[in-house]
Design a protein around this ligand. Structure first.
Ligand code: ATR
Length: 513
């Protein structure tokens, strides 16, 4: 099974040992990145395996391969030789692995490593892109004994990841490490076992140490969120696709449920550049269910064999799932939103309710359709007024801009306010889309954002005495409906209430750690 290798990039041996001790329970082995150590600390690397107490990879990564070592090959050879010298009869006191680049020529060092049971990881790094024929490269790099071949490439697209996946052919009986560096390869690190990779490299993002390589995942997140050690070749894969993939509660939601149910399933984020390539990957990885976010809700339609009535009528899917060889599509955005809103208002419909909808993007379009269906009357306000007009005119709603004129119109549409823009979302615009509007305290205010749990807009509404709701309840409902699609049954009520009681604050904590 793929191992979780904690990449240690501290400046001192003590710092690395301290970090390892803090995260020991997650790591199967560690990589000592000697190139990150201060130069006087490099004198003491020989003691590291004994201090570590887990199998350790000895690595002195050159700058040309993405590391920090710049002192030349002679000095590097000396460091590696020092690390492997005075081999102990008890192998726990020796480095378990040594990483040697394919162009590094030191037969006597390799001989010494082999003699004392240190396995050689023969590595090749492409920092600029992706090797053309990875399978051929693996074959050509193979030398004597039980070496592990490591190929680390820089992926810039789903197509690149697909190429790596195709090279992971499990029929080749060869221990190998395949690393897709960069944002678009993030899921290949979680799914290392599916990519037939001997290990995945992880790091400690909260420790303020030098990054090991682009896209390495946090060792704790890998274990606690994705349950990395439980992923086997048989584990069923689910996930969310999008680009850019906004921080999403769904990996936490699904993986927590899977854990509660002891289900052999994992849910991972798939930042996707091309839907066609992703569908090939989905086939290869035998992905069972997918949540779909911007910008693929419409472009995914041609790949879906059967759509639900709602997905058909809206012309967009946020969920697809496999039954046999067929893909089914549904849209749970709408039902998730409206059930959350009606539950918040303790109403069965929106009759006689006057509502302001802020924003006129994709989400607003869905919100307006549901408000109309539930017989509410609405005013749509948006920075770009013609977009508000385009949605509003469909339902005979009113429209305006996010300005004084628009705010004046709100006087007659202030029973309920629904905020649908990304303003206030963590990592986006931190402002308040309607900062000159003064709440009376009587409005019921829903902001669809859930990270942070309270946007400045929602905070202001609450301070004025309004009843408020963020988007957490809505996404949980949407995800629960997706779950029902994926598994053809409802989430057990006890599990759902556990998730809801954990609440958005847990998610906030996970997102900010
Ligand atoms: P989504 O699918 O999440 O609705 P979208 O379709 O890109 O995303 O829509 C984003 C919404 O947020 C739009 O209403 C956008 O206003 P514009 O139509 O004027 O672009 C709104 N929005 C984004 N940033 C904003 C900002 N800084 N101030 C006001 N509105 C903003």
């Amino acid at each position: 099974m793929a191992k979780n290798c904690l990449c240690l990039t501290g400046k001192t041996i003590k710092q690395d040992v301290d970090i390892l001790n803090r995260y020991r329970k997650y790591a199967d082995l560690a990589e000592l990145r000697v190139d990150c150590l201060d130069s006087d600390e490099r004198l003491y690397i020989r003691r590291f395996p004994e201090l570590a107490g887990v199998p350790v990879i000895l690595t002195v990564r050159r700058d040309v391969d993405g590391g920090y070592f710049t002192s030349g090959e002679g000095a590097r050879l000396k460091l590696l030789a020092n690390g492997l010298a005075y081999a102990n009869a008890d192998s726990r006191f020796n480095f378990a692995y040594v990483d040697i680049e394919e162009d590094f020529n030191a037969p006597s060092l390799e001989e010494a490593a082999r003699t004392f049971g240190t396995r050689i990881i023969r590595s090749c790094h492409d920092l600029k892109g992706i090797i053309d024929d990875i399978s051929a490269k693996i074959k050509s790099m193979k030398r004597a004994g039980d070496e592990i071949i490591k190929i680390a490439v820089s992926v810039k697209s789903t197509h690149d990841v697909l190429k790596v996946f195709r090279a992971s052919d499990t029929s080749i009986k060869q221990d190998k490490i395949l690393v897709c560096m960069g944002h678009y390869g993030i899921y290949s690190r979680i799914l290392a076992e599916k990519f037939d990779s001997f290990l995945t490299y992880s790091s400690t993002l909260s420790e303020n140490v030098t990054p090991g390589a682009p896209g390495q995942m946090d060792v704790r997140e890998l274990s606690e969120l994705y349950h990395f050690k439980k992923i086997t070749k048989d584990t069923k894969i689910y996930g969310v696709i999008g680009n850019p993939l906004k921080s999403s509660v769904s990996p936490w939601f699904f993986n927590t449920i899977f854990d509660l149910e002891n289900a052999d399933c994992v849910y991972v984020p798939f930042p996707v550049t091309d839907i066609n390539d992703f569908m090939d990957l989905a086939k290869g990885l035998n992905i069972q269910g997918i949540s779909i976010t911007v910008p693929y809700k419409e472009t995914v339609l041609p790949y879906i064999d059967e759509k639900s009535e709602i997905a058909q009528s809206i012309g967009a899917c946020n969920t697809m799932y496999r039954k046999g060889d067929l893909w089914y599509g549904d849209n749970t955005d709408y039902a998730g939103f409206i059930t959350s809103l009606l539950n918040f208002l303790d109403r069965k419909d929106l009759k006689r309710q006057k509502i302001t909808i802020i924003g006129a993007g994709g989400v607003s379009r869905a919100v307006a359709a549901e408000v109309f269906k539930m017989r509410g009357k609405a005013l749509i306000l948006n920075r770009t007024v013609h977009k508000a007009a385009s949605i509003a005119s469909r339902y005979n709603f009113r429209w305006g801009g996010l300005d004084n004129q628009g705010i004046d119109l709100m006087a007659k549409y202030n029973d309920i306010i629904i905020q649908t823009t990304s303003v206030g979302m963590e990592g986006y615009d931190e402002g308040d889309p309607l900062d000159t509007y003064e709440f009376s305290g009587k409005e019921k205010v829903m902001d669809l954002i859930y990270t942070p749990a309270q946007t400045p807009f929602l905070k202001r509404a609450e301070a004025a005495g309004c009843k408020t709701l963020n988007g957490y309840d809505m996404v949980i409902r949407q995800a629960s409906l997706q779950y029902a699609n994926f598994f053809d049954r409802e989430i057990p009520k006890t599990h759902l209430s556990q998730i809801i009681s954990l609440g958005a604050s847990v998610w906030d904590k996970i997102a900010s750690d």
